[in-house]
Write a protein that binds this ligand. Structure first.
Ligand SMILES: Nc1nc2c(ncn2[C@@H]2O[C@H](COP(=O)(O)OP(=O)(O)OP(=O)(O)O)[C@@H](O)[C@H]2O)c(=O)[nH]1
Ligand SMILES: [Mg+2]
Length: 464
């Protein structure tokens, strides 16, 4: 089975709690604080691996979790860091956010196009700090520590897009599968009825020193770009190939069509599906030259390809791509002309690869971009006035701070208030109309609002 899209839930490891402890030794009756930090939780990382060819491993298992950090201990002992969980995926996997509730995909996280490329999809939580961090000149014995930070979690969508160098496209029964069978070790089903090929077949072809990966795409028909036939599902795979090899059936066998008309229909569908597909380098192949009476159609098609090539080179954006001016006439049945075609594809693919090498070098750093976006979103919070003197504050970072606080401990709560103030929560609440004594809710907690002045005095007193 060909599996090309899965949705999985990923969760980093939670951070371990910081420790609240004081030194106790026989000769030191009342020692200073010595609680160590909790360990950081592991991240969940998605990494491209060239040895994989499908997402089958994610078909039945959908939940993945990295190790948590262990708790800090006394005597300044830090907790251990949780290990990262690395999820291997095939090269050519696109990673996106996914929202399970609305069943919608979100932002692009990464497009992993080369072996070893990776992206962090769920960060582990930071370990909580032990009480040694909260010592100040006036607070010698801080009797609180931070809890570990809960890890990030969420759904992601993994989609594998074929990474072939050349895609064989054309009408049903044009002979695409016959051709891939001739040039590679692939053995797809070949039959004289349309839509024989239901999923793309990949094959490695060799010509001299050069090799390339070809994909045999299921037949396209008029309306494919709007979802007709089976082609639509697979048109998106063509998006990833450097070269399009357009196979035209000279006999016009499928529904007795005219080869030239077929050629136009396919060009139109490609252009309709995506603008840049119209401009994708293309080689046109006339198949079934062994059938008598096809010379005339071949001549007409050759003239048309030449004309399109001239138009495209002359900057006509409506011309179907920078085609090779030559029409490659072959018989996938007898093998006539196939070696020359194979050599032409290999050379073209090689040229295109060289050209894109420079682009690859300047490739985006996914972790960087994604982290940046997420951080900005993380810091955002919103104050909702629920009426009756009740306000709710929502936002990832604010909520995380609250969850990291030990609510049994007054000092820890005061420390939280100080952090919220620094983030601008207090000002935002005042602006929303909150006054002393109003109820403020953040995740599962509720506390009383205190005006800035009072709180400030309190922090001064605590020397925070
Ligand atoms: N005479 C002749 N028949 C051919 C040639 N190439 C393919 N065929 C025949 O055409 C029919 C369709 O071939 P396939 O290779 O299955 O065509 P396809 O393009 O993969 O078709 P779909 O998978 O349905 O899109 C089969 O009966 C082949 O034997 C050729 O060069 N000459
Ligand atoms: Mg086929």
């Amino acid at each position: 089975m060909f599996i090309d899209k899965v949705r999985i839930h990923v969760k980093g490891g939670d951070g371990g709690a910081g420790c609240m402890s004081f030194r106790r030794e026989a000769h030191v009756p009342k020692g200073g604080p010595d609680g160590g930090d909790g360990g950081h939780g592991g991240n969940v990382v998605v990494e491209a691996d060239a040895s994989l060819s499908s997402l089958i491993e994610y078909r039945f298992k959908h939940h993945f979790k990295a190790d948590r950090g262990t708790h800090g201990k006394g005597s300044r002992m830090h907790g251990a860091t949780g290990e990262d969980l690395v999820l291997k995926v095939p090269v050519g996997t696109v990673v996106r956010e996914y929202f399970e509730e609305s069943k919608e995909t979100g932002e692009l996280i990464a497009d992993l196009t080369h072996d070893g490329e990776s992206v962090t999809v769920a960060c582990g939580g930071m370990g909580g700090r032990g009480n040694i961090h909260f010592v100040t000149p006036t607070r010698r014995a801080p009797a609180f520590a931070e809890l570990g930070e809960p890890a990030q979690e969420g759904w992601i969508e993994l989609e594998m897009k074929l990474m072939a160098d050349a895609a064989l496209v054309g009408m049903p029964s044009a002979g695409k599968s016959s051709l891939i069978a001739k040039i590679s070790a692939a053995r797809p089903k070949i039959a004289d009825y349309p839509f024989t090929t239901l999923v793309p077949n990949l094959g490695v072809a060799r010509s001299g020193d050069l090799s390339f990966v070809a994909a045999d795409i299921p037949g396209l028909i008029e309306g494919a770009a709007e979802g007709r036939g089976l082609g639509h599902e697979f048109l998106r795979h063509i998006e990833r190939t450097a070269l399009i090899v357009h196979v035209v059936d000279l006999t016009g066998d499928y529904e007795g069509r005219d080869p030239l008309e077929d050629y136009e229909v396919i060009n139109r569908e490609l252009a309709l599906y995506a603008d840049d597909l119209a401009a994708r380098p293309r080689i046109v192949v006339a198949n079934k030259i062994d059938v008598p009476g096809t010379e005339e159609a071949a001549e007409r098609l050759a003239a048309r390809v030449r004309a399109d090539s001239v138009a495209a080179a002359g900057g006509d954006e409506f011309a179907p791509s920078p085609v090779d001016p030559k029409l490659y006439r072959i018989s996938a049945l007898t093998g006539e002309g196939v070696d020359a075609l194979k050599a032409a594809i290999a050379t073209k693919v090689h040229e295109l690869r060289e050209a894109s090498r420079a682009e690859l070098a300047a490739d985006v750093q996914y972790d960087h971009v994604w982290e940046h976006k997420r951080e900005a979103r993380d810091k955002r919070f919103e104050v909702l006035n629920l009426g009756g003197g009740v306000f709710r504050v929502v936002g990832p970072q604010v909520e995380r701070m609250v969850v990291q606080t030990d609510w049994e401990n007054e000092e820890a709560i005061a420390f939280l208030q100080h952090r919220l103030k620094r983030l601008g929560v207090e000002t935002a609440l005042e602006r929303a109309g909150a006054v002393d004594g109003d109820e403020i809710r953040i995740v599962g907690r509720a506390f009383d609002f205190e005006s800035a002045r009072t709180a400030e005095d309190m922090f001064k007193e605590l020397d925070l």
